[in-house]
Design a protein around this ligand. Structure first.
Ligand SMILES: Cc1cc2nc3c(=O)[nH]c(=O)nc-3n(C[C@H](O)[C@H](O)[C@H](O)COP(=O)(O)O)c2cc1C
Length: 169
């Protein structure tokens, strides 16, 4: 398993060792969310998450649009979990992908999410301000991972899964 190390918020440099292999694939149709992500400045594409085989946390990865037609692949910071900041332990478990440098409506589109590197666990923050600061660091870590890893990757393989079933690669 690869690791991500991070120093303090201002002078930190993310170190994400290059990684060739795709870790997990989850494919599904983007669902309608409650729009809070947009208000926070981090809109997300949400898809149903399988009960087993996918560890909660924040991941660096990619999202492919319309994978059945080999659609474009975007780098993404992906959250898997119950959003404890807002819902304690009672929140629905979601997979939420924030696509970097992307603006657009993805509702009802089929997407293939590839989770490559687990950056950290989900945490309960004291409020939206702290969560937003952490999400900014997550995005920086995701960019660092993409810069270090994606150009060296072999062309990524198509998912062998249908529905929201994770598959180890
Ligand atoms: C990169 C990223 C990291 C996140 N990390 C956390 C976290 O540590 N704790 C948490 O409660 N929610 C976390 N979230 C989920 C946000 O709370 C959620 O996206 C936001 O509340 C919007 O929710 P919505 O999609 O239901 O509108 C994260 C989301 C993203 C995109």
């Amino acid at each position: 398993m690869t690791t991500t190390t991070a120093r303090d918020a201002t002078t930190r440099t993310a170190t994400v060792p290059p990684q060739r292999d795709v870790v997990l694939h989850v494919e599904g149709v983007v669902e309608h969310g409650d729009q809070r992500g947009r208000l926070l400045g981090f809109p997300t594409a949400n898809i149903g998450v399988p009960e087993h085989g996918l560890r909660d946390g924040v991941w660096a990865g990619t999202v492919q649009l319309d994978p059945e037609h080999d659609g474009p692949v975007h780098v993404a910071a992906v959250s898997v979990g119950h959003r404890p900041t807002y819902y304690g332990k009672d929140g629905d478990r979601l997979l939420e992908a924030h696509l970097l440098d992307f603006a657009g409506d993805l509702y009802d589109r089929r997407v293939l999410v590839r989770l490559h590197v687990r950056l950290r666990p989900q945490r309960r923050f004291s409020g939206s301000g702290e969560l937003v600061e952490q999400m900014q660091r997550d995005v920086a870590d995701t960019r660092a991972w993409a810069a270090a890893s994606l150009p060296r990757n072999e062309p990524e393989t198509r998912a062998a899964t249908t529905g929201n079933t994770p598959s180890a690669q």
